[in-house]
Each structure stands twice: as structure tokens, then as C-alpha cells.
Design a protein around this ligand. Structure first.
Ligand code: S3P
Length: 171
């Protein structure tokens, strides 16, 4: 693995980006970046509060600024927010110095993982498979287009996904 490159994990909310980024960073010794956590730490408030107080566009601006900083730095394993690929300029920025890995999952898998979560503003009040499926359908072309590599996570244990990831990155 080229050490100056970033590895961006993308995919729908709850597909396991944070966990897999942490495990992959531990395995490779690369620096870990959890985008949502970083945005929260820098803003001093939660993602829910950023959406409530300043709106989604402001959150997306913070996301874009962070991606641009990550690209300048390099060498990180990055867990992206689920919507980080919505702006084409973000994807272009990731591509400049990174490999983009899409963790794909069905709406049912996602629902099982996020059903008790309250810190995802887009799902608050919309916590059902139908809503997840409709949002996923809208986003699927973006995820697919952005991805250099796709890994399906349905029915897989973390260690199995880590193995897939490691093997694909070694190629
Ligand atoms: C979002 C996903 C969230 C977070 C925000 C918006 C999205 O991140 O960035 O709530 O638009 O899909 P996770 O994918 O880490 O839940």
C-alpha cells in the first residue's frame, strides 16, 4: 500500500465504515480519521445540533472542507460520512490522492444496524426499511460511480470484511 495515499471508506449510514476504518488503520498502522467525529469535535456540537442550528448545507460545507484537508495530508484511513460523496467535487478531491472503497449493504442490513440510533438527523423520524431503501436508491449511482473497489458486507463478520479489504488493497 502506498503510504501517502488515503483510503476512503464510503457507503450508506450504518454500513460499518467507522468500525472497518478503525480495524484497517490498526492493521496497517495508518492514521485514522472519522469524519463525523472530527466535524463534531471541531464544531464543539453534535451532528444533530449542526443540522438543527445551521442546516444541512452548512454541514456539507464542513464535510467538503475536511475532505480537502485530508487530501492535502495523505496517508490516512478515512471513515466518511454517508453523504460525503454527494458533491462531485468531494469525490474528485478524494480521487486526487486516494483509493475509494464502497461498503455496500442492503436496506435490511442497514436498518438492523441503525434502528436504535438517534444521532443521524436524516433518519430521525424516518427509521424504517422503506425510507432507507428510497434514500439508498437515490444515492446508489453516486456510491457506485465513486467506488474504486466495492465490498459487500451483508451477512459478514468484521474479520471477514477486514480480510476482503486487506486482500483487495494488496492487489
Ligand atoms: C449522513 C451520514 C452520517 C452523518 C450525517 C449525514 C448522510 O454519517 O455524516 O448524519 O447524509 O448519509 P454516517 O454514515 O457515519 O452515519
Amino acid at each position: 500500500m502506498e503510504t501517502n495515499k488515503n483510503i476512503f471508506l464510503i457507503g450508506f449510514m450504518g454500513c460499518g465504515k467507522s468500525t472497518m476504518a478503525r480495524l484497517f488503520a490498526e492493521k496497517t498502522g495508518a492514521e485514522l480519521m472519522e469524519m463525523d467525529e472530527t466535524i463534531e469535535a471541531e464544531a464543539g456540537i453534535s451532528i444533530n445540533e449542526i443540522f438543527e442550528k445551521y442546516g444541512e448545507t452548512h454541514f456539507r460545507d464542513l464535510e467538503s472542507q475536511l475532505i480537502s484537508r485530508i487530501t492535502k495530508k495523505g496517508g490516512m484511513v478515512v471513515s466518511c460520512g454517508g453523504g460525503a460523496i454527494l458533491r462531485p467535487e468531494n469525490v474528485a478531491c478524494m480521487r486526487e490522492n486516494g483509493i475509494i472503497i464502497y461498503l455496500s449493504a442492503t436496506p435490511e442490513t442497514i436498518y438492523e444496524r441503525v434502528r436504535y440510533s438517534t444521532n443521524r438527523p436524516l433518519l430521525n423520524g424516518n427509521m424504517n426499511v422503506e425510507y432507507i431503501a428510497s434514500l439508498m436508491e437515490k444515492r446508489l449511482p453516486r456510491y457506485k460511480e465513486a467506488a474504486d473497489i466495492t465490498i459487500s458486507v451483508d451477512g459478514k463478520e468484521k474479520q471477514e470484511i477486514l480480510k476482503d479489504l486487506t486482500q483487495l488493497m494488496d492487489k
